[in-house]
Design a protein around this ligand. Structure first.
Ligand code: BTN
Length: 321
């Protein structure tokens, strides 16, 4: 109901309580209650005894109705679960995907304004205060589990594209999943999945973008290597617009991905690569390998030319600084 009232408030400068009540088939008291509810959510609504209600400003929150307004995707973001605070959107997304009693559609989003226990790769913590974009997408691709490592690279391409469109900033991708600006991390992607031998049950893609975060607010140990979009552009980014653009890009690339057209996505990945052509050290857990990053193959593996000239494919690892 509050959503319907918002729709009318957006259409006209002022609209009376009586007209709203008539249009929605509810009492004026019920209209008043819904207006209070919107105000509690952070909408600024002026009221005039003669003219009625007028929407003055919207809250800077990632509310589903704000994201879905004007969103032109077919299925990504059609369902959104919004939380002011969560431990981790990935944890919540996995719980939802696991709970078969609740029908969760492909493309459902979990968004939180902040996370108290945000998860990074390799069991690391992910700093997630208010002002960032912390979201997870639930997917059910009917593909072989071995194909899924590519989805992180695909997501990185969608993130880079949407940041470029919304801010004109040109980020780069550090294999496999870090998005960098001026060598510093602005976004991370965490993909988790549950699968049988030859069938995927669900995939959760978690995306964390340091959008409107002040540099001094990052914990000291990550300050040197971390950056926010606000820092780079010198002004607040429109988070809702960035999310809408990202969801549109994500759907476009994910549709290609499901049609197994990964090679064309990979070409875009390479155009935005921070890694290719560089001499790097890759931490593979049990050992560190040094060499030149010469290519990414069609599985999304990094091809490293070692000092002895031999080529090796690395499917998972972390590039050391
Ligand atoms: C990385 O280590 O680079 C991956 C970071 C992924 C962070 C995002 S924020 C939204 C989602 N929920 C989480 O707990 N983690 C991911």
């Amino acid at each position: 109901m509050a959503k319907d009232i918002l729709k009318f408030l957006r259409e006209k400068e002022y609209i009376s309580g009586e007209v709203l009540a008539q249009k929605l088939g509810i009492s004026r008291v019920a209209v008043w209650k819904q207006i209070q509810k919107l105000k509690d959510m952070g909408y600024k609504i002026a009221s005039d005894q003669n003219l009625g209600y007028c929407l003055v400003s919207r809250p800077d929150l990632l509310l589903p109705q704000e994201i879905q307004r004007g969103l032109s995707t077919n299925y990504i973001g059609k369902e959104i679960y919004y939380f002011p605070e969560l431990k981790s959107t990935n944890i919540m997304a996995k719980e939802k995907a696991l709970n078969r009693a609740e029908r969760i559609y492909e493309g459902t989003l979990i968004i939180a304004e902040r996370q108290s226990a945000g998860k990074g790769r390799l069991g690391r913590e992910w700093f997630s205060p208010a002002g960032g974009i912390w979201l997870s997408i639930i997917l059910y691709p009917q593909l072989s589990p071995s194909y899924i490592s590519r989805i992180t690279l695909m997501t990185a391409v969608a993130v880079v594209k949407s940041i470029k469109i919304c801010t004109q900033i040109e980020p780069q991708i550090k294999w496999p999943n870090d998005i960098l600006i001026s060598e510093k991390k602005v976004c991370g992607i965490l993909t988790e999945m549950s699968a049988e031998l030859d069938m995927i049950n669900w995939v959760v893609v978690g995306i964390g973008i340091n959008a409107n975060i002040e540099h001094q607010d990052f914990p000291e140990d990550i300050q040197e290597n971390t950056i926010s979009l606000k820092e780079v552009s010198g002004k607040e980014v429109l988070r809702v617009m960035l999310i809408q653009t990202f969801l549109q890009e994500f759907e476009k690339y994910y549709d290609k991905f499901k049609r197994k057209e990964f090679l064309s996505i990979l070409e875009e990945w390479k155009l935005n690569s921070h890694t290719l052509g560089k001499k790097i050290r890759v931490d593979m857990g049990e050992k560190i390998i040094t060499g030149e990053a010469v290519n990414i193959n069609e599985e999304g593996a990094l091809i490293l030319k070692k000092e002895d000239g031999k080529l090796i494919n690395i499917i998972s690892g972390t590039i050391c600084k």
